[in-house]
Design a protein around this ligand. Structure first.
Ligand SMILES: CC(C)(COP(=O)(O)OP(=O)(O)OC[C@H]1O[C@@H](n2cnc3c(N)ncnc32)[C@H](O)[C@@H]1OP(=O)(O)O)[C@@H](O)C(=O)NCCC(=O)NCCS
Length: 143
């Protein structure tokens, strides 16, 4: 398995995996416009030409905002989620960021477990944040 930065050519595979992992997936177009930002960074894990996991963030001065983290169902609980977060943190640090920020669905037990284990702490709740009315928990990690 290799880790590497995203390229435009990866977007169709990333968007496929996104559909498998989220009830409200980003479209390929959304990924493409995200990638056009000079502040964007995306990392993925690939095996035999297949994208198994990916994550992305924007790094703007002291804040790095994590936009997306996903691991294909058959690759979960093997440390890939943590490895993605580590790659995002290392890149953000290199850019001079001082904290990582993210929003997560209140009921997303696996993602909250991952973020807790990676040193994030909750500091706010956005009520009815998602289209289906679920709250978002806002989390941060000082790096
Ligand atoms: C959340 C997600 C990225 C975790 O990826 P992963 O590769 O399975 O995570 P890791 O193997 O690195 O897990 C690291 C730690 O996170 C926690 N964790 C991961 N999955 C968990 C679960 N289902 N329940 C509770 N804790 C969990 C554990 O502490 C785990 O350590 P352990 O395996 O030693 O107990 C994955 O479940 C996923 O893609 N979910 C769907 C997409 C999603 O919800 N993304 C987050 C959006 S905010």
């Amino acid at each position: 398995m290799i880790a590497r930065e995203w390229q435009q050519l990866d977007i169709p595979k990333i968007a496929e995996l996104e559909k498998l992992c989220f009830s409200d997936p980003w479209t390929g177009q959304a990924f493409e416009s995200g990638m056009n930002s000079p502040f964007f960074y995306g990392i993925l894990f690939e095996e035999a030409g297949q994208v198994c996991a990916y994550a992305c963030e924007t790094v703007l001065f002291e804040d790095a905002e994590i936009l997306n983290v996903a691991v294909a169902p058959s690759f979960r609980r093997r440390g890939l989620g943590k490895a993605l977060l580590l790659a995002l943190e290392e890149y953000a640090k290199k850019q001079g960021a001082e904290r990582l920020l993210l929003e997560v669905r209140e009921g997303n037990v696996s993602a909250r477990g991952l973020y807790d284990s990676f040193g994030f702490s909750a500091f706010g709740v956005r009520k009815n944040y998602y289209e289906d009315g679920e709250n978002a928990v806002v989390m941060q990690k000082i790096i």
